[in-house]
Design a protein around this ligand. Structure first.
Ligand code: SF4
Length: 409
């Protein structure tokens, strides 16, 4: 798993506030572009840092920061040379992956770095708030009650900095719609700044029970917007139990109906675990009967992070044991002509009839494989595991496909 944030050592910082900067590997970046750009040097490149070069840096227009990344030994060697250079950050080797065009937050006071956008990643999400009005058993990002409006201000800055040729970005939380009007404004800012970039929003959908709010979102006319909304059961009591909030089911269903009334694209997401499995097929029947007009339905595997780790025994189900039920659920959706997918499930743990809807959906920075996957002939097709599944719990039935695939499974 890539490390996206953490402690670093900051030296001689001129700024007191956190700020966003682009990363560059170009030592010769024109002076005019350096104000919001940090120069990133790593590993063997640190040997470039001789006295002469440090002197030239001191005399030239400064970068917004100098990010030096390497082993303890490599960083120690630079100590002498960098003394007197402003805004230097010493990064452990875990940040070796940083690239030209990435965007990071530098927090000089707290001596922290956060990687907010990776240019070469297909899965960049912007967190709008850590607050939430659900309290899901398997929440991967346990909510906080603090006022974090600064995240919204930062999101505006990010939207201005992200390159226009970015294929897609996400808005996530917490619950992004708790930001109310500012959420709508931010979707508008995304349309204006990144007109060709698809926008996926993860929301519990409850705020759209208010038809006027759904209409406001539709009026933004974002050309490529989709809301991912979780629904955990056809039974309101079970859904409310999973999200630990009474009345949530009704509000979510109302929200979905309103969104579709105004023509907003909606994907329904069902996380498959012990608490949703008993009614998985009925849930899909409910969706097919009552919400046939949604744009996509995703049946998703469990990420073992946040509350899921605490509640693991209540939630964990081995995909091998529910493979037939997964097939049945997909068959219901297919029969009704619904566009559906299975996310976060491994190819060797699903039945053949489900393979064609299995997508590689795990964000690249938390996607891993088991050692035995190395010998699997279908590894390139398979979405693999969440790093946390590799670490904490995964099926005992993972079995690599062999060359003679016909005899396998
Ligand atoms: S062995 Fe690994 S790579 Fe192959 S299908 Fe199973 S999980 Fe995927």
């Amino acid at each position: 798993m890539l490390k996206l944030r953490g402690k670093v050592q900051a030296r001689d910082t001129n700024k007191s506030q956190s700020h966003l900067v682009h990363v560059t590997r170009n030592v010769h970046l024109p002076a005019v572009m350096r104000r919001n750009t940090a120069l990133f040097l790593k590993g063997a490149e640190l040997s470039l840092l001789n006295d002469e070069w440090a002197a030239s840096l001191r005399n030239a227009t400064p970068f917004a920061g100098l990010l030096l990344c390497g082993s303890d030994e490599e960083l120690t060697v630079t100590e002498q040379v960098i003394s007197g250079l402003p805004d230097v950050y010493l990064l452990p080797e875990e940040y070796f992956y940083l690239e030209d065009g990435d965007i990071v937050r530098l927090s000089p006071k707290g001596e922290r770095i956060s990687i907010l956008f990776r240019k070469n990643s297909p899965s960049n999400s912007i967190m709008l708030t850590e607050r939430c009005n659900n309290f899901c058993l398997m929440c991967s990002q346990p909510p906080k009650r603090t006022n974090d409006d600064w995240l919204l201000d930062e999101a505006y800055d990010l939207l201005r900095m992200i390159p226009q040729n970015t294929t897609n970005i996400g808005f996530t939380g917490g619950e992004p719609t708790l930001c109310g009007k500012r959420f709508i404004e931010l979707v508008e800012a995304a349309r204006l700044n990144l007109p060709d970039t698809a926008l996926d929003v993860l929301t519990n959908g409850r705020a759209f029970k208010n038809g006027a709010f759904a209409a406001q979102l539709a009026r933004v006319r974002h050309p490529n917007l989709q809301l991912g909304i979780p629904l955990y059961s056809d039974d309101p009591v079970r859904h409310d139990y999973v999200v630990q909030t009474q009345g949530a089911f009704d509000e979510t269903i109302h929200g979905i109906l309103n969104l579709k009334r105004y023509g907003v694209r909606v994907e329904i997401r069902v996380v498959v675990h012990q608490q949703t499995l008993p009614r998985l097929v009925q849930t899909c029947e409910f969706i097919a009967r009552n919400l046939l007009f949604v744009d996509h339905v995703a049946l998703m595997g469990l990420e073992i992070t946040g509350f899921t780790r605490t509640n693991l025994d209540l939630l964990w189900a081995d995909p091998h044991t529910y493979r037939d039920k997964l097939s049945e659920a997909i068959e219901v959706l297919r029969t009704h002509g619904m566009h559906c997918s299975v996310y976060n499930h491994q190819l060797c743990l699903v039945n053949k009839d489900v393979e064609s809807v299995c997508r590689k959906a795990i964000s690249d920075w938390k996607n891993e494989y088991l050692p035995q996957c190395d010998g699997c002939t279908r590894k390139s097709e398979c979405g693999g595991f969440f790093s946390t599944q590799v670490l904490y719990r995964h099926s005992k039935h993972v079995q690599p496909f062999q060359i003679n695939a016909q005899n396998h499974h």
